[in-house]
Design a protein around this ligand. Sequence first.
Ligand SMILES: [Zn+2]
Length: 286
Amino acid sequence: MNIFAGKRGLKMSIKSEVILGYSGYCKAGAHHAVKGEPRGLVKFHALWAIIKHPSEGLILFDTGYTSRFHTATKSWPNRIYARMTPVVIDPEDELKSQLARLGHSHLDVRKVIISHFHADHVGGLKDFPNAQIITSRRAFEHTLKTPKWRGFTKGILHDLIPDNWMERLCIVEDNFRPIKNKYLGEGRALFGDDSLQMYHLPGHAAGQTGLLIHSTSGPLFLIADACWDIRAVTEGKLPNPIVRLFFDDWNAYLTTIESLRDFHLHNPDVKLIPTHCQKTTDPLMR
Ligand SMILES: [Zn+2]
């Protein structure tokens, strides 16, 4: 079965070109990312995707870090965030600069899909003032109701979010057609065709979503932080339970991993791409 055919099989030929890149990184304990790994540090790159859709133009999925992370975490209490996850970002690596080197202005981006509002996913959001901000209702509501002073405890730095974000918001559940996937449950087909499909991947962060893409280089599923290391899905190697403290809902996280495992078993041709799994993403860099 072609997962992009849906009920509107005629549209399945629509494909987007996808360019993946990193903007900055932080370091995390290898033994935290995967329980039982030897102690040491692994880089958590902040991955984004530029999606060139044939009719919708330039779309971004997440936006990486920018140097604004450092300004947003200069003072108390956000400084705690920077201490726990020291971030390295070279201005040349920011998504806006990388887009320019690819010949695109940041002002031409009309749509940014945000998987969830953690700082490594929304760091560049302020650089795309002409873009709609597409996200799930829960991700939006959770960010809205989290007070600024304790946002850092949820991985949210309000200073990274544009002041007019509410006017530019496009809640995925209110604007796009529902679709169903046997393993992933209800999703949404974006922009009137089945070539970009958003699914809920709850657990790590409130309202987290992933994007399944019919891409010119094959089917890709950007699964954000549904797992950090792909072996959580392929080999059942889960993070150290200590990270529960930073998760929205540990049981939902485990259920999401199960769904992804089932999906992967039945759709082995779809490349699963976690944001921070360098072994997965390095070979996909241009
Ligand atoms: Zn992340």
